[in-house]
Design a protein around this ligand. Structure first.
Ligand SMILES: [Zn+2]
Length: 441
């Protein structure tokens, strides 16, 4: 990016966001999904739904799988690569995405070589999306593989490079990729976007929302609620949960929590028929649980038990991490808070691992699950001195999902876009024509 002398004033860093959207049969075994692609400026101000620009959507059931140009996703990414090359050049193209020169005298040929956006240009700076999207669409490592779950380093589940080491001295930290070391790998992604100059796996950003709120936090809160309801409080589990809920409502009010659980008053909210406890809830409800939950724990804990003291500290560290993210809203990086943020996260994860082992020793079963997502949070924290986790998380994605659902449903019916869809398309400047262009591909 810095090879262009005016990049500081004229280059717009862009993020490409991908997400699966349920279309029909939501929650059923025959559920149909579409994958939605949109992009946004990392320097844009305002609400995420207004920043996201729709690019394309893909009906997952109609997708031809594969790792070459005949595969649907790869073909789409080839066309998108052409688009990003043009955005980087800052001038209108002379050739179409198949490499054919525009006919002399055509509208396209007349524009060729002229400035695209009055001297502005852009660069694909960050990928964002959830772990399934990275693996299934971008052909990046499967996050559940023990031998190499991470795009950004060479960590493994076990051994000297284990991601289960959260300390600042952990072995995996010496294996973090540079663009050159990532590109030199034999088994790297076949996704055509990585053929762009300056774009490698190092541009991948792990999403704080999916890794923490609807990831590791769900297991942590699930295990702590189970501990409270079945071991700490004296009454039946359901009555204990009622007691927890009334205390939580009290703390919600005292903290003025902006987004609250509507009901968290039954053990069904965290207990499943099989497997470890996992709190259900929306990402925003779980995000804003940090402060009130910590206060509820202080109220119910046994001050004489060292495990309870460890949990107290764990929840306070969690609150500190979330407070920094709230305080730094609207900023590109976490600035001078980045080191504090990273150290607090390292301490939080190390302590979480200790608490999980203590719970396992005491109960004889795995009570608090810890997954690779903990490791991905560490990468977000390492990056935070340059790029805030807030810029690459996908809050506000729900509004975009609703729009894409509306668009997708109108396509399924085969009647073409309704008036409501056309209104939405013009309001959000969705590039519908792009989808039609790909039909010959
Ligand atoms: Zn890693």
């Amino acid at each position: 990016m810095t090879s262009r002398p005016n990049f500081y004033k004229r280059c717009v860093p862009l993020a490409l966001h991908g997400d699966g959207v349920p279309l029909t049969g939501v929650g059923k075994s025959w559920q149909n999904t579409i994958t939605d692609f949109s992009f946004y400026s990392l320097l844009g101000e305002g609400k995420t739904p207004d920043l996201l620009m729709f690019v394309y959507c893909l009906f997952d059931k109609l997708r031809k799988m594969g790792r070459d140009s005949t595969a649907t996703a790869h073909r789409f990414f080839e066309i998108l690569r052409w688009s990003f090359r043009i955005i980087w050049s800052g001038t209108w193209p002379s050739h179409d995405y198949n490499g054919r020169k525009y006919k002399p005298g055509s509208e396209e040929a007349k524009k060729a070589g002229k400035p695209l956006a009055d001297g502005w240009y852009g660069i694909l700076f960050s990928f964002c999306g959830d772990l399934d999207y990275y693996h299934s669409l971008l052909d990046l490592p499967n996050s559940r593989t023990a031998s190499g779950p991470c795009t950004l380093c060479r960590t493994t589940k076990y051994g000297p490079l284990s991601w289960q080491d959260y300390r600042s001295t952990a072995g995996w930290r010496t294996t973090c990729h540079t663009p050159a070391s990532w590109s030199a790998q034999d088994d790297k992604s076949s996704c055509p976007l990585f053929g762009l100059p300056f774009v490698t796996g190092v541009n991948v950003c792990y999403d704080w929302l999916h890794c923490k709120y609807v990831g590791s936090d769900q297991y942590m809160y699930g295990a702590l609620l189970r501990l409270l309801c079945f071991h700490v409080l004296a009454d039946t589990a359901e009555k204990n949960m009622q007691a927890f809920w009334s205390r939580l409502k009290y703390e919600y009010k005292r903290h003025g929590t902006p987004i609250q659980f509507r009901y968290l008053n039954t053990i069904k909210m965290f207990l499943k028929k099989t497997g470890v406890a996992k709190l259900r809830g929306k990402a925003a409800e779980i995000k804003y649980l940090a402060a009130p939950f910590s206060a509820v724990w202080e109220h119910f804990k046994n001050p004489h038990l060292s495990l309870h003291a460890d949990i107290s500290l764990l929840l306070k560290l969690n609150k500190l991490i979330e407070d920094i993210l709230i305080e730094r809203k609207g900023e590109v990086s976490l600035g001078e808070d980045a080191t504090r943020f990273e150290e607090a996260l390292n301490a939080f994860l190390s302590l979480q691992s200790k608490v999980a082992s203590c719970l396992q020793e005491a109960s004889g079963e795995n009570m608090m699950a810890i997954t690779e997502k903990a490791h991905f949070l560490q990468h977000s924290a390492m990056l935070s001195k340059y790029l805030s986790p807030r810029l690459v998380w996908v809050f506000g994605g729900e509004d975009q999902q609703r729009r894409v659902q509306c668009l997708g449903k109108s396509a399924v019916k085969g009647n073409g876009p309704t008036k409501a869809v056309l209104k939405m398309v013009s309001k959000y400047r969705m590039a519908l024509h792009f989808q039609f262009q790909t039909h010959d591909g």
